[in-house]
Design a protein. Structure first.
Length: 120
């Protein structure tokens, strides 16, 4: 019995110590940011998403998450944690916001890194 417990403990430890890449972490946070995933309203790549069409007082309306892929970092940073109608209020840390921004711009970041590491 004790052996099994120790084995489980060892497995648990090795799982929590296993490395995940920055991409995996960033994708995880975007889909599950301590709350409702951003992708549900803003689309897989932050391109925006139509959530619902409805009729309000005889007028047809849409509820949509807008595109957040092209916002400059400062604006993204300020808006993510602010009160926005239709969006859950998140209390994300600076690192988490940077990671989400990285997720939406990962191709650009990777291209820039590849360019700067090329020998001249
Ligand atoms: C339940 C739906 C929903 C979820 C989930 C959600 N948002 Fe939003 N978000 C909205 C709506 C609605 C707006 C406002 C759209 C508008 O003004 O037209 C918004 C606005 C924003 C804006 C401001 C965009 C701008 O151009 O002003 C940012 C940035 C943003 N969301 C980021 C996020 C991030 C990052 C997440 C995940 C941590 C997230 N949102 C999760 C619905 C959502």
């Amino acid at each position: 019995m004790r052996g099994v417990f120790i084995l489980l403990l060892a497995l648990g430890l090795s799982a929590s110590e296993s490395f995940i890449t920055k991409e995996e972490y960033a994708a995880g946070l975007y889909h599950n940011p301590r709350g409702v995933g951003c992708h549900l309203c803003h689309g897989e790549e932050g391109e925006g998403k139509l959530i619902a069409r409805y009729i309000d007082k005889g007028e047809s309306k849409v509820f949509a998450g807008n595109a957040i892929k092209k916002l400059p970092f400062r604006e993204f940073y300020e808006k993510v944690n602010s009160r926005i109608v239709g969006m859950p209020r998140y209390y994300l840390t600076d690192t988490e916001i940077q990671t989400l921004y990285y997720y939406l711009h990962r191709e650009e970041f990777k291209n820039a890194a590849a360019k700067s590491s090329k020998p001249h």
